[in-house]
Design a protein around this ligand. Structure first.
Ligand code: BGC
Length: 747
C-alpha cells in the first residue's frame, strides 16, 4: 500500500500561473496536509472519510408543500462528535440559492468554529445537466443529448455554467460527469452517459471537465468534478440498474476504462465507484480495479468516494462480507477513501474499531485522509468555505439561457423527413397531441429539481413545453391540442383522431415519463402498447404525422416508424427543449444533431455501430432503426478531396487527413464531419469501423471548408490477445461521409 502525498504531477495541471509557482503552491498544500494529519486523532481522520446525506441531519423533508428543516443538534453531533468531513444531496427537493447559503453557512460555521482543527466540510451534489438542485438554475439537455450535439465547445461551456451555478449555491463538488459508456440501451441511466462510443465519450467528458474545473478548481466559479461510476456499471446484462455486468478484461480495457482514463488525464480529482458488480466482484471490494488499475496504471491521485450505501451493501446485499464490519474493511482496503454511508455513523464506528484492532493500518487511513484534505485545500475551502454572494448575480444569466437554447437546438436529431414535410409551413392547421406534448418534465428527465425529475408542479412557470412553444411561434389559432393519452392512460383518443382528420398535419409527441436510476427499470425496450396503439389510430386518420420523441433511451418504434412522415428525436433536450423543437419544426433552426448511440430496431437487435465482422457475416446483419452518427439536415452536404499526408506511416507516426465539406443546399447549417477508421486484419477481431475524429462545422449555402484530422498511434492501437494495448502493422481504411481511402502502417 502506498502512502499519499504524491499528487504533485497531475495536480499541476489544474493550477494557473507559471510552473514554478504551481509547484510551490502544491508543495505548500502537501506540507499543510501533512501538518494537519500530524495533529489529527484516529477519530478525526475516520470522520474525514465519512460522508452523510442531508437527510441524516434534517428535521423534515422538503416537499412540494413544505420547507426542508435542518436539525441543528444532529448536525452538531455529526460534525463535532463524529467529525464527518462531507455531506451530500438534498432532502428531497431543490433549494433556493438563499436557502443553500443558509444551510452551507451553518454547516461550515460548525466545522470551522466548533471543532479543534476547523477542517471545512466538502459538500457534494449531483449537478447532472446543470445545477439541478438549485431552484431556477440553467438546466441543459441531459448528457446523452449533449453528446448528440457532437459539439465539444458547447459541452465545455455547459461544464463552466454548471460549475458556476453549483458554486453559486455554495457547493464545490459535483458528482458528475458520468464516464460510463452507454452500451446497454435498456439501462435507465443511459441518458446520463455521452453515448455508446469510446472516442465521442472521451472527447465530451474531457471538454466538460475543462469547462467545469478550468485551470484551477480553487477559482470561485469552478469546482471539483467526480468521474463515475468506476467501472462497468453501465453494462448490466439484464439492463436493470445495479445488476451484474460480465466484462472481460480485454473489453474493459478496450471500451470501459478509456473514458475514465481520459477523465483522469483531464484533471479529475475524485472518482465514484460502480454501485454494482463486475465479473462477480462487487466493485467496492475490488482491489484490482480500485488500486491496481486505478492507482498503479491510470495514475489517479485524487480520492475515491463510494456510491450510496454501497459499503454496507457488500454485506446486506452482495453477501461478500459476512458482517458490516468486514464490509468496511474490504472496501477501505480495496481502495475506497470516503464512504457515502449515508444515513448513520456505522462506517465511522466500525472503521475506528478496525484500526484499533489492527485490521486496517493507520497508513491506509493517512493515505485516504491526505487525498481528501488535499482536494479541500485545492478547492480553497480552508481559505473560505462559505458561499460567495457575488456568484448569485451571475446565476441563471441571460447568456446561460441562450447557451442552453443553442445546446437544445444542436442536440435534437432529425431522423426522418419524407417528402421534405419539415420544415412545416406556418399557415398549416396543426394538431398537437400525445403525452409528452405539454410537460416540461419529459424534456428534462431525472435529476431535475427532484431525484426522479417528475414533479411537474415544481417546474419553472416561464419555460415552454413543446405545445406552448409552438403556439408562441405560429399563433394559438393555428394549433389545436388534444392530449389523447397520458402515460399509461387513455384520455380522449377519439377526439384526438377526429381533430387529426380536420388538420393538415399532426405533431405526435411520444416518449417516456421522467425517471432516474432503478425506478426507471424496464423489461422491454419497445415503446409501451398504449402509445403505439394511439400512434396507429392517429396515423389512420390519414394526415401526415410528425413524430416527436422525448425519452431517455431509444424506445423501439419499428411498428409505427414507416407510417409517420417525419421524426424528431429529442431525447432529453432540457428546459429550452420546447422552443428548440418548435424552431426546428418550423425551420427557424436547421437541425444538426447526430445519434450518439445506435437506435435499435428490434428488441434483441442490440448491436453497436462498431460491431465485429462476424456480426454482419452470413445471415447476420447490422440493421438498426438508425445507425450511430445518423442525423438529417434541411440542407445537403457534399464531401470531396479526402487526402492523407502519407500512404504509409510507421507505428509511432501520426497520419494527417484532410477532407473538404461543402454545403450544396440552399440554407445555412452545421454538419458533423465524422472520421471512421477500419483495421483490415488483426490478431484480435477488429470492429468494422471506429470513430476516431469528428468536427462540427458551420457552412453557409455554397460554402466549403477543409477539415483536418490527425490519426494518432493511439487511434491505431487496440487491446491484444495478452490484454495489453498494441499496434499491429498492416492496412487500414479511413471513411468520411461517402469517401474512403487506404493507408498502411509498416515497421
Ligand atoms: C447514484 C450516484 C449519485 C449518488 C448520490 C447514487 O444513487 O448512483 O450517481 O451520485 O446516488 O446522489
Amino acid at each position: 500500500m502506498r502512502i499519499a502525498f504524491l499528487i504533485i504531477a497531475i495536480s499541476l495541471l489544474f493550477l494557473g500561473g507559471n510552473i514554478n509557482e504551481q509547484k510551490s503552491q502544491l508543495s505548500e498544500i502537501d506540507k499543510k496536509v501533512q501538518n494537519l494529519i500530524s495533529k489529527m486523532t484516529l477519530e478525526e481522520k475516520v470522520g474525514q472519510m465519512t460522508q452523510v446525506t442531508l437527510q441524516a441531519v434534517s428535521k423534515t423533508q422538503g416537499t412540494v408543500d413544505h420547507k426542508h428543516l435542518l436539525d441543528e443538534d444532529k448536525l452538531n453531533e455529526a460534525i463535532t462528535k463524529y467529525h464527518v468531513g462531507s455531506i451530500l444531496n438534498v432532502f428531497d427537493v431543490a433549494h433556493s440559492l438563499d436557502y443553500w447559503h443558509e444551510i452551507i453557512s451553518k454547516i461550515q460555521d460548525i466545522a470551522t468554529k466548533k471543532t479543534k482543527l476547523g477542517i471545512p466540510i466538502i459538500y457534494g451534489i449531483d449537478a447532472i445537466h446543470g445545477a439541478n438542485y438549485a431552484l431556477g438554475a440553467t438546466l441543459f439537455p441531459q448528457p446523452l443529448s449533449q453528446a448528440a450535439s457532437w459539439n465539444t465547445e458547447l459541452v465545455k461551456k455547459i461544464g463552466a455554467v454548471t460549475s458556476l451555478e453549483t458554486r453559486a449555491s455554495g457547493i464545490p463538488w459535483n458528482f458528475y460527469p458520468v464516464m460510463d459508456l452507454g452500451r446497454q440501451p435498456l439501462w435507465p441511466r443511459l441518458w446520463e452517459t455521452f453515448g455508446e462510443d469510446v472516442h465521442l465519450a472521451c472527447k465530451m467528458g474531457k471538454s466538460y471537465i475543462k469547462g467545469a474545473q478550468g485551470s484551477n478548481i480553487g477559482n470561485k466559479d469552478k469546482l471539483a468534478i467526480c468521474l463515475k461510476h468506476y467501472v462497468g456499471y453501465s453494462f448490466p446484462i439484464n439492463g436493470r440498474d445495479r445488476t451484474p455486468a460480465w466484462i472481460s478484461e480485454r473489453m474493459l480495457r478496450e471500451y470501459f476504462l478509456p473514458p475514465f482514463q481520459a477523465g483522469i488525464e483531464a484533471g479529475a480529482l475524485t472518482i465514484m465507484v460502480n454501485s454494482s458488480e463486475v465479473n462477480g466482484i462487487p466493485s467496492h471490494s475490488d482491489y484490482h480495479l480500485l488500486t491496481e488499475i486505478l492507482r498503479d496504471e491510470l495514475k489517479f491521485e485524487g480520492f475515491v468516494v463510494s456510491d450510496w450505501e454501497d459499503i454496507a451493501r457488500l454485506h446486506f446485499r452482495d453477501k461478500v462480507a459476512e458482517s458490516p464490519k468486514e464490509a468496511v474493511r474490504m472496501a477501505v482496503m480495496a481502495g475506497v477513501d470516503m464512504s457515502m454511508v449515508p444515513y448513520d455513523f456505522s462506517f465511522y464506528n466500525l472503521l475506528v474499531e478496525l484500526v484499533n484492532e489492527g485490521s486496517v493500518p493507520m497508513l491506509r487511513i493517512d493515505e485516504a485522509v491526505s487525498r481528501i484534505l488535499k482536494v479541500k485545500f485545492m478547492l480553497g475551502l480552508f481559505d473560505n468555505p462559505y458561499p460567495q454572494q457575488e456568484l448569485k448575480e451571475m446565476f441563471a444569466s441571460k447568456e446561460s439561457t441562450e447557451l442552453n437554447l443553442e445546446a437544445a437546438r444542436e442536440s435534437i436529431i432529425l431522423t426522418k423527413n419524407e417528402n421534405e414535410i419539415l420544415p412545416l409551413s406556418r399557415n398549416r392547421k396543426i394538431l398537437i397531441t400525445g403525452p409528452t406534448a405539454n410537460l416540461l418534465s419529459v424534456m428534462n428527465g431525472g435529476w431535475t429539481i427532484t431525484w426522479q425529475g417528475n414533479e411537474e408542479k415544481l417546474y419553472p412557470k416561464d419555460k415552454k413545453t413543446v405545445l406552448e412553444a409552438i403556439k408562441d411561434k405560429v399563433g394559438k389559432n393555428r394549433v389545436q391540442y388534444v392530449e389523447g393519452i397520458s402515460f399509461g392512460k387513455e384520455i380522449n383518443i377519439k377526439k384526438a383522431v377526429s381533430e387529426a382528420k380536420k388538420s393538415d398535419a399532426v405533431i405526435l409527441c411520444l416518449g417516456e415519463n421522467a425517471y432516474c436510476e432503478s425506478p426507471g427499470n424496464i423489461d422491454d425496450l419497445t415503446l409501451d402498447e398504449i402509445q403505439l396503439k394511439f400512434a396507429k389510430e392517429i396515423i389512420n386518420a390519414g394526415k401526415p404525422v410528425i413524430l416527436v420523441l422525448l425519452q431517455g433511451r431509444p424506445r423501439l418504434i419499428e411498428k409505427i416508424e414507416k407510417d409517420v412522415t417525419a421524426i424528431l428525436l429529442g431525447f432529453l433536450p432540457g428546459m429550452e427543449g420546447g422552443i428548440a423543437i418548435a424552431d426546428i419544426l418550423f425551420g427557424d433552426v436547421n437541425p444538426s444533431g447526430k445519434l450518439p448511440i445506435t437506435y435499435p430496431r428490434k428488441p434483441n437487435g442490440i448491436v453497436h455501430y462498431d460491431y465485429k465482422p462476424i456480426e454482419s457475416f452470413d445471415v447476420n446483419t447490422y440493421n438498426p432503426q438508425w445507425a450511430f452518427g445518423h442525423g438529417l439536415s434541411y440542407t445537403e452536404y457534399e464531401f470531396s478531396n479526402l487526402t492523407f499526408d502519407k500512404n504509409e506511416i510507421s507505428p509511432d507516426e501520426n497520419l494527417i487527413v484532410t477532407v473538404q465539406v461543402k454545403n450544396v443546399g440552399k440554407i445555412a447549417g452545421k454538419e458533423v464531419v465524422q472520421l471512421y477508421l477500419s483495421d483490415h486484419y488483426g490478431t484480435v477481431s477488429r470492429p468494422v469501423k471506429q470513430l476516431k475524429g469528428f468536427e462540427k462545422v458551420y457552412l453557409n449555402p455554397g460554402e466549403s471548408k477543409t477539415v483536418t484530422f490527425s490519426v494518432t498511434p493511439y487511434h491505431l492501437s487496440f487491446i491484444g490477445r495478452d490484454n495489453k494495448r498494441i499496434i499491429e502493422p498492416g492496412d487500414f481504411s479511413i471513411t468520411v461521409g461517402n469517401l474512403s481511402g487506404k493507408f498502411s502502417v509498416r515497421k
